[in-house]
Design a protein around this ligand. Structure first.
Ligand code: PAF
Length: 281
């Protein structure tokens, strides 16, 4: 497995694979890899001739007061996991490789970036779409794999790729969960043993939304109120949102009369967690 830091070297390698007709799968990550990331890697290994992962904790997607400084950095462990799985190339640039002195260009994210996370993390998606577009240029892959756990991120990236005619297929992959339902996340490692049971409030609230929907409830405010109640009761210290929106545009809904998605974001102690589930008509 090659590990490259320099964008030009990484570009040459991926371009050479593409020119020789090989399908290249790309898994952009911020490291601190868990079973969710590894499932994306496995999917790429199954579907593509070459698999490339990136490890870069992107400073531009963290707002002031967020966890950029303390975000877990576990590069040696990450590299050995990726090597074991059979990844061909890891692109692990330094901050100055991607944002050299004088860097000042940013991508304006699409409208789907405005609600939900956009309200609580106003500069987040500007940083995400900027770095993802840079990675798509540096590593001109055939397919890019992203987890559905970050549902809004996936929606925003799909839209950006469509709007800006980026020649890459964006593949969303199912959320991987621990046995009790907690969605895998690099931020789970911030949770203390005492907080860990409370982190299940997201799964329980989404489970109840799904049950109400399956039993015929279609009124968005009724299901949202129940998600709020369960989040509070089951251990959320602060709720950023518990919403049901249109699955494609993330726009508001009053009744679930087309495919929708329930999304929650809460704080358990100092840890901010997000999760979602589809409500398909
Ligand atoms: O989902 C993530 O880990 C990040 O937002 C991404 C897509 C790697 C961009 O930094």
């Amino acid at each position: 497995m090659k590990v490259l830091e320099h964008p030009d070297l990484a570009y040459s390698q991926v371009a050479q694979w593409r020119q020789s007709g090989q399908r290249v799968g790309l898994i952009p990550t911020m490291g601190a890899l868990h079973a969710g990331h590894l499932s994306l890697v496995r999917r790429s290994l199954e579907e593509c001739d070459r698999t490339v992962a990136t490890i870069f904790v992107n400073p531009t997607q963290f707002g002031p007061g967020e966890d950029f400084a303390k975000y877990p950095r576990t590069q040696q462990e990450d590299l050995s996991g990726l090597r074991e799985l059979g990844v061909d190339l890891v692109f692990a640039p330094s901050q100055s490789d991607l944002y050299p002195e004088g860097y000042s260009t940013f991508v304006q994210p699409p409208a789907a970036a405005e609600p939900l996370e956009g309200i609580f993390r106003p500069i987040h998606f500007r940083g995400v779409v900027t770095v993802v577009l840079k990675l798509f240029h540096i590593l001109p892959a055939t397919i890019a794999y992203f987890g559905q756990k970050d549902y809004q991120q996936l929606t925003v990236i799909r839209r950006m790729v469509h709007d800006l005619n980026v020649p890459i297929l964006v593949q969303g992959c199912p959320t991987v969960r621990q046995a009790d339902g907690l969605a895998m996340s690099s931020r789970n490692r911030y949770l203390t043993d005492q907080q860990r049971p409370n982190a299940l409030c997201l799964w329980k609230a989404l489970g109840s939304a799904k049950r109400m929907f399956e039993q015929g409830q279609r009124e968005v405010t009724v299901i949202e109120a129940e998600m709020q109640r369960i989040l509070k009761q089951e251990g959320a210290d602060r709720i950023d949102y518990a919403r049901i929106v249109d699955a494609e545009y993330l726009s508001d809904l009053q009744r679930i009369d087309r495919n929708a998605v329930a999304l929650v974001a809460v704080h358990v102690g100092q840890t901010r967690l997000i999760d979602n589930c589809m409500l398909e008509v």
